[in-house]
Ligand binder design. Structure first.
Ligand code: SAM
Length: 231
């Protein structure tokens, strides 16, 4: 988890409680909770939240709270010193959802509070070839059968989107292969559009980085990572 130290150090600067938008299976949320921060997570996918709840370590204090909700229209009735959206979620949201989410999260930031997010650098994605052939990325033992699962990915780039197709091939005991596929789409909106969206939502940029080591953002950086606060 190359990004975890970044989110932990941000939490150390601001303190909690921390709200994670699109917390998924709890990859970051669980680590923040283990580090002792009060955490609240929300996600639109019930399966992700079911996995998260089933895998949270028992006895975490304070206990994390997670909600099934759309980040474009949620109301928790409280404010946070830190709201995060890790792991490229922001660029996967349709533009209208993204803008509604920014407006909504702005209402959940306490005065001086910080919202931070990371996304793949759109300049780099836009310069990729139009097609990337399937490539093996990883393999791991299936959590239930123990048989190998091979993960491969392929991509397609259009003028507006970078579409990433993941393939999980689970080798069954009878020799057959069970294939699961998942698709992630990233809008190629330039950083200038994101900056304008933040400003429109009443958020002022305070930090921009090109990687999780806090190196400066450049056209060839792998990520655009930013922190902002209420203007
Ligand atoms: C790339 S995953 C990131 C998961 C987690 N933050 C992490 O770092 O591992 C994006 C997550 O955002 C969630 N998501 C997408 N659109 C959403 C929405 N409108 N409201 C809430 N969650 C959403 C997805 O269900 C998914 O769990």
């Amino acid at each position: 988890m190359e990004d975890l130290p970044f989110w932990l150090s941000l939490a150390q600067q601001t303190g909690g409680p921390i709200l994670e938008l699109g917390c998924g299976t709890g990859r970051i949320l669980a680590s923040l909770a283990r580090a002792g921060y009060p955490v609240v997570g929300l996600d639109i996918d019930a399966d992700m939240l079911a996995y998260l709840k089933a895998n949270l370590p028992a006895g975490l204090e304070p206990a994390p709270h997670v909600f099934l909700a759309d980040m474009a229209s949620f109301c928790l009735g409280r404010e946070f010193p830190l709201i995060i959206m890790p792991c490229n979620t922001l660029s996967s949201l349709p533009a209208a959802v993204r803008q509604a989410a920014l407006a909504c999260l702005r209402l959940h930031l306490q005065p001086g509070g910080v919202f931070a997010a990371s996304l793949p650098n759109p300049v780099v994605l836009a310069s990729m070839p139009r097609l990337g052939e399937p490539e093996v990325e990883d393999d791991f033992p299936h959590p239930i059968t123990g048989n190998p699962v091979q993960v491969s990915s392929a991509w397609k780039r259009t003028r507006r989107e970078f579409i990433l197709d993941w393939q999980y091939d689970h080798l069954l005991t009878d020799g057959n292969i069970e294939r699961l596929t998942a698709r992630t789409r990233h809008l190629l909106d330039p950083v200038s559009i994101h900056r304008a969206g933040l400003s429109q939502a009443g958020l002022e940029l305070i930090q921009e980085y090109g990687d999780y080591d806090r190196s400066p953002y450049q056209a060839n950086s792998p990520y655009w990572i930013f922190a902002c606060r209420p203007a």
